[in-house]
Every structure is written in structure tokens, then in C-alpha cells.
Design a protein around this ligand. Structure first.
Ligand code: ATP
Ligand code: MG
Ligand code: FE
Length: 345
């Protein structure tokens, strides 16, 4: 079966075709970074309009790259939430209309389920059950995952998401937009240890996080006497080290508490090299394994949505064409349910 995936939750337009036998056939992502850079953040209305502008051509192009025709698509999955309401509605409206015209099922997909299952697309995938560390621009959560749609929240950030902390810290240090990757690049040129930054909630005894105090600590250094722009690389390294320390410690604690030995890391911050190195090192000592999505599938993309839709389509009755266009800008991942097994199997 071939499943078309459509992602429009924020500032990336992602389209993909996933084949349940042959795997990922094609995927295309268009990032709106240039569009929002002048504003220093995503402007929702501009995001929606750009998704409208690009989606038809991107779908045509991706289906062609997958070497198939639209009438050979068996189901469509789209991101129904969480995300920007207007941006989500563009993808939902497009997917529902296309599904109606092709007479195929349309499945609303949870964006974080897409992120969380994306490591299963790699050559050496983990097997259920596992612990997932979701570290993106909008979320920082530890989940216990026992199957598709079987997610239990173990802990989450009480304020900023890890990616948000990277972005905001980069901004206050005067780095460009979007800041996270640039802050990470700067950190790799610096040496940690000079600036004493906090490890918020490291010893809180639970699996929750907090990152806003870390950002404030960096602000205080930058505003303090004796601050020199030459110190920026070392400060970036200390910020990254502090964030990584907490993410690693809590991930290990989650594995320990749940008795599981596989950790799946998903979301944009999962691309961070220092985080990967420290997680791998710590897990190895325990005999545990850490799984990551392919680097290009860490940030938002259509492939993860096509894949999550395919898993649900294969296992359950799926959606129906001509369903109401509805989105959920706020949608807790733990609210999801497994796809229902068809009767008689
Ligand atoms: P959500 O999935 O929660 O809705 P999102 O889709 O905006 O949020 P992603 O696209 O998964 O988030 O990830 C983007 C985030 O990842 C940004 O905050 C970005 O700064 C961060 N990021 C990307 N690369 C790196 C890196 N190498 N180091 C640290 N952070 C990074
Ligand atoms: Mg984005
Ligand atoms: Fe995302």
C-alpha cells in the first residue's frame, strides 16, 4: 500500500510517499526559514499562506519522484496537531479534499507520534517497547512507548522546550535565526567549564525538566561586567553542556525506572552532536542502546507523517474520505489510542 504524508504544522511544508513494502519512496521538505528570518520567529499567517502556495506543486513533485501516480495512492495521512491552527488547517483541508477526489481513506496524524516513530524508518530500527525522548522546538517529553498509539508520559518540561531554550539563548547571544543549530555550531568551537551554569531540576527526583532558568543564567553572563564577545564560543559550549547533562541524566533515569533498555531520541534537538555523543557513552556503560532518526528526518518532514499513517492504516480501519476538516492545535500525545485491530484477526 502507498501512503501520502502531508506535514504543515509549523514552518516546514513536508510531503512524502511511503510504501508499506518498499519503504520510503520519496520525500520533499520546503523550509520557510527565509520567510520568517526578518521577524526573528515564525509568523503564523505567513506560514499558512506559504503552505497554500507550495502544497499542490510539492505533492505533484513528490508523487512523481516516488515513480507513481496520484491514483496509485491508497491512503493519505496529514498532521492534525499539535501546531499552528492556520497552518494545520491548510494541510487538513488539502488532504481531506484530495482524499475525497481520489476516494481513499484520510488519517489525521499526531505530529509528535510522527517524530516519535521516525527512528523506526532507519535501517536498524528499535523494537517496541522503548523509552522515547522527544526534544523539539515545542516539546521536551519522556514517554514510555509499548506500541503504536500506546504512549505513557513519564515527564516533561515545566517551561521552555529544549529547542526553544537553544533558540532563545542563541537570540540573546546575538546569533542568527533560527538559533539552535548556530548555537550548537558555536559550542563546538568553544570549551565548556568556564561559566558555572545551573543544571535545572537535575536532582528533582522526577522526570520533569526546566530550561528557562538556564537561558536566564546565560543572559546574566552576557549582561554582566567583563563579558567579552570573544567568550561567546565558551559560553555556548557551557550552555549546551548544561542542557545535555540534564537531558542525558533524565533519559537514563527514565530507562532505569521503566526497566527498558532502548532509548529513542526524536525531534530537532536530537540532531545535536554533543547530545548524541553523551547519550551513546552513558548508555553503552549500562549496556543500553540509543536509536536516532536519519539526520534529515530529525526536524519536521512529511516522511514521518506518511510512516505513522501507514502503520495506523495497516493495523486499523483508518480514516474515511470526506471526513470533517478538523485540527487540534493542542493535543497531548498520551491521549492517542492504538489503531483498532480489524474484527476477525
Ligand atoms: P514540535 O515538533 O514540538 O512542534 P518543531 O517541529 O518546531 O516543534 P523540530 O522541527 O522537531 O521542532 O525541531 C526544531 C528545533 O530543533 C529548533 O528549536 C532548533 O533550534 C532545534 N535544533 C535543530 N538542530 C539542533 C542542534 N544541532 N542542536 C540543538 N538544537 C537544534
Ligand atoms: Mg520548524
Ligand atoms: Fe516537529
Amino acid at each position: 500500500k502507498r501512503v501520502l504524508g502531508i506535514e504543515t504544522s509549523c514552518d516546514e511544508t513536508g510531503v512524502a510517499v511511503y510504501d508499506t513494502e518498499a519503504g520510503l519512496l520519496a520525500h520533499t521538505v520546503h523550509s520557510q526559514i527565509d520567510l520568517h528570518a526578518a521577524y526573528g520567529g515564525v509568523v503564523p499567517e505567513l506560514a499558512s499562506r506559504d503552505h497554500i502556495r507550495l502544497l499542490p506543486a510539492l505533492v505533484r513533485q513528490t508523487v512523481r519522484a516516488a515513480d507513481c501516480r496520484l491514483d496509485q495512492i491508497d491512503a493519505i495521512g496529514y498532521t492534525a496537531g499539535p501546531g499552528l491552527a492556520g497552518a494545520l488547517l491548510v494541510g487538513a483541508g488539502f488532504a481531506e479534499s484530495l482524499g475525497m477526489s481520489l476516494d481513499v481513506p484520510v488519517l489525521p496524524i499526531h505530529h509528535l507520534e510522527g517524530h516519535l516513530l521516525s527512528p523506526l524508518l532507519s535501517a536498524d530500527p528499535p523494537k517496541f517497547p522503548f523509552v522515547a525522548l522527544l526534544v523539539s522546538g515545542g516539546h521536551t517529553q519522556l514517554m514510555s512507548v509499548s506500541g503504536v498509539g500506546e504512549y505513557v508520559l513519564l515527564g516533561e518540561t515545566l517551561d521552555d522546550a529544549a529547542g526553544e531554550a537553544f533558540d532563545k539563548t542563541a537570540k540573546l547571544m546575538g546569533l542568527g535565526y533560527p538559533g539552535g543549530p548556530q548555537l550548537a555550531a558555536l559550542a563546538s568551537e568553544g570549551k565548556p567549564g568556564r561559566f558555572k551554569l545551573p543544571r535545572p531540576m537535575l536532582r528533582s527526583g522526577d522526570l520533569d525538566f526546566s530550561f528557562s532558568g538556564l537561558k536566564t543564567a546565560v543572559l546574566n553572563v552576557v549582561n554582566g561586567v567583563g563579558w567579552k564577545a570573544d567568550d561567546a564560543a565558551d559560553l555556548a559550549a557551557d550552555f549546551q553542556e548544561a542542557a545535555v547533562d540534564v537531558l542525558v541524566a533524565k533519559s537514563l533515569a527514565a530507562l532505569e525506572a521503566s526497566g527498558l533498555s532502548q532509548l529513542v531520541v526524536a525531534g530537532g534537538v536530537g540532531a545535536n552532536r554533543r547530545l548524541r555523543a553523551q547519550l551513546d557513552r552513558a548508555a553503552k556503560r549500562k549496556g543500553w542502546r540509543v536509536f536516532y532518526p536519519e539526520p534529515e528526518l530529525c526536524t519536521d518532514n512529511g516522511a514521518m507523517i506518511a510512516f505513522a499513517a501507514a502503520l495506523r492504516f495497516e493495523r486499523g480501519p483508518g480514516g474515511s474520505p470526506g471526513g470533517a476538516v478538523s485540527v487540534r492545535p493542542r493535543w497531548p500525545l498520551a491521549d492517542l489510542r492504538p489503531p483498532v485491530e480489524p474484527a476477525g484477526t
